[in-house]
Write a protein that binds this ligand. Structure first.
Ligand SMILES: Cc1cc2nc3c(=O)[nH]c(=O)nc-3n(C[C@H](O)[C@H](O)[C@H](O)COP(=O)(O)OP(=O)(O)OC[C@H]3O[C@@H](n4cnc5c(N)ncnc54)[C@H](O)[C@@H]3O)c2cc1C
Length: 577
């Protein structure tokens, strides 16, 4: 028998999107009950906390909303949802002020006492609001304190959403949760449900994002029948640490190192960017530098541990220590002296541009189900500008909170089917108590390898076909694999569930990448190296018959701006974190 908890609003995920949604809903209607579910510790899990660089918002002329819109569309290869982008750029300024004046964040000031905005490449004005290089910690700490101060908000810590629940008429009715500490399932019946689980490309071998994420939101949305968009668009960052045998491999060394004159060399000591982008060298765009490093390694010119070197020692040890204190400390923890010697780095999977199709009010195709943040697609198109990620999560989180509060007013709560909840629990519990966990980890390793090698920075038809077949085969193996022990605090079981979501999302990434037969933004096809000479399209994917994804494309509605002639070539994109 599964316990049932009742709530007006159910928020799945407690990063920037989830917390802002909960706060907005609570402040819009203080009588509402709001459940916030987080897989890890409240305020500590997810990527918003890891934000270093900052938050894009137009605060002062000569910057303008139109300039932020155009920068985002140029960065996104013109497949963005332009209405979503407009919503982002037009509401970001108020959200920054709200973060300060309502929630207590304190961002850095300039000499005149105004909010300091730093430059990031890929944009026309200094637009990035920050708190040193720990912006995410400031935002998450303040949002968490605010949520804890509102009795209406009830955290469900170390609980994971395992399935969305619907009523007989197909409306969203809440979700089935698994309490990780006890191993017990709980069905939450809610008037409105928000997906805010932050995507997360953790199905790749090397990652920069929070390891607690497993693209669960993407998997849940797909199983619920929702359409997703641009799932092939995965952002790789070029300078992730390479530390053999350490989980810290992939952790970011920030882009400022290249901006300050850091040089990249391959295993032979060659400054390889001279061959890929002789004009901009290491200051080239993130997608290009990542791809160049990847090619150097795969073509046998990498370092002993399969990376390339970043060298800033010529700037002088004192300068490096003063300007990159955090990076120097991070390297020192692993016995590397960034100030005096080259450090091994390589590309690292960073962010998912694609996700659930939503409208600018965060509505999905299912009544009562909303989505915000990295679980959604549309804002960033083919590539995300540094600084637009945390803006997206807090802007759309706030919108979702307001919209959900209005949505549930006076509306009866949908009924949860006990049979559906029991069925979902049985599916999730199926691997428990059978076999040992070695197979689960073997599957996860093989998935990460094939995604990295065949569906990562460099793709072609043959490699993607192999990736598709491997993902299908691994999914079959996972259904047969088991984990020992009981449900309470069973890490292997959690990893089985993670692998299940990662495989589901991997299948969508590969299917969408096969369908996009061109190169655009983060999606590079060796067999189609140019962008298609036709109007840009968005690739859509949803559950089709027999469990296979159905893929189609839709023209992009140019409701706010038309691409310039040059936008049909591969697009130079962004920089920043
Ligand atoms: C290292 C790094 C640096 C970055 N720097 C910047 C930057 O400078 N500027 C910028 O704009 N963007 C940056 N980004 C991107 C930015 O972090 C994201 O765009 C943004 O934080 C996403 O917010 P979110 O709320 O959607 O997801 P997250 O903040 O990741 O939150 C997701 C939440 O969902 C929870 N969750 C996941 N699965 C489940 C489940 N099954 N059940 C329950 N809960 C679940 C997680 O525990 C977490 O609480 C950076 C990303 C990384 C990885």
């Amino acid at each position: 028998m599964i316990d049932v908890v009742e709530t007006d609003i159910l928020v799945l995920g407690a990063g920037g999107a989830g917390l802002t949604a909960a706060l907005h809903a609570a402040d819009a209607s203080p009588a509402l009950s709001i459940a916030v579910v987080v897989k890890g510790l409240f305020g500590r899990a997810g990527c918003t906390r890891m934000v270093q660089g900052g938050y894009n918002a137009v605060l002062t002329p000569p910057d303008s909303l139109q300039a932020h819109l155009m920068d985002t569309l140029n960065g996104g290869g013109w497949i963005n949802d332009q209405e979503m982008v407009w919503r982002l750029v037009s509401e970001a300024p108020a959200r920054v002020l709200e973060l300060e004046s309502r929630y207590g964040c304190l961002f850095d000031r300039n000499a005149a006492g105004r909010i300091h905005q730093k430059p990031f490449a890929g944009r026309t004005h200094d637009r990035t609001v920050h708190k040193g290089d720990l912006t995410g910690i400031e935002i998450m700490n303040r949002l968490t304190e605010q949520a804890q101060a509102r009795p209406a908000i009830r955290p469900f810590e170390e609980c994971r959403a395992v399935e969305l629940l619907r009523d007989d008429e197909g409306r969203a009715a809440g979700a089935l949760l698994l309490d990780i500490r006890t191993g017990r399932f709980v069905a939450v019946r809610a008037g409105a449900t928000l997906l805010a689980m932050g995507g997360g490309p953790t199905m790749y071998r090397v990652i920069a994002c929070s390891a607690d994420k497993a693209a669960d939101g993407i998997a849940l949305a797909y199983r619920a029948g929702l359409p997703l968009r641009d799932m092939e668009m995965i952002q790789f960052h070029p300078t992730g640490l390479v530390i053999p045998g350490s989980l810290m491999t992939g952790a970011l060394l920030e882009e400022g190192l290249r901006g300050a004159g850091g040089q990249l060399r391959n295993g032979r000591g060659e400054r390889f960017m001279e061959r890929y982008d002789p004009a901009r060298l290491e200051r080239s765009t993130r997608d290009l530098v990542s791809r160049a490093s990847f090619l150097e390694v795969t073509e046998g010119r990498g370092t002993p541990n399969g990376g390339v070197w970043i060298d800033v020692s010529h700037l002088g040890a004192e300068v490096v220590q003063r300007n990159f204190r955090g990076m120097v400390r991070r390297c020192r923890d692993f016995g590397r002296d960034l100030a005096r010697a080259p450090v091994e780095v390589g590309p690292t999977a960073h962010f998912m541009m694609g996700g659930v199709v939503v409208d600018p009010d965060c509505r999905t195709a299912i009544e009562g189900l909303f989505a915000a943040g990295e679980d959604t697609g549309g804002v960033h198109g083919a590539n995300r500008l540094g600084g637009n990620g945390v803006a997206e999560s807090t802007v759309f989180g706030g919108i979702a909170g307001d919209v959900m509060a209005a949505f549930v007013a006076g509306r009866p709560r949908p009924r949860v089917s006990a049979a559906a909840a029991e069925g979902a629990a049985a599916r999730a519990a199926a691997p428990l108590g059978r076999g040992n966990a070695a197979e689960v980890y073997a599957i996860q390793r093989e998935l990460r390898d094939v995604m990295w090698e065949r569906a990562g920075l460099v793709r072609d038809a043959e490699g993607l076909a192999l990736a598709a077949a491997t993902v299908d085969r691994l999914a079959g193996r996972l259904s047969a694999a088991g984990v020992p022990g009981h449900g309470a605090l069973n890490t292997a079981w959690q990893d089985w569930l993670n692998a299940d979501s990662q495989l589901a999302a991997a299948r969508l990434i590969v299917a969408s990448a096969r369908a996009r037969r061109e190169s655009r933004g983060a999606h590079w096809r060796q067999d189609f190296p140019a962008s298609a000479p036709t109007p840009p399209v968005s690739v859509r994917v949803a559950a089709g018959g027999h469990g296979a994804p159905r893929v189609w494309s839709e023209p992009v509605a140019m409701t706010r701006a038309q691409p310039p002639a040059g936008a049909l070539r591969p697009v130079p994109v962004e920089i920043g974190d």
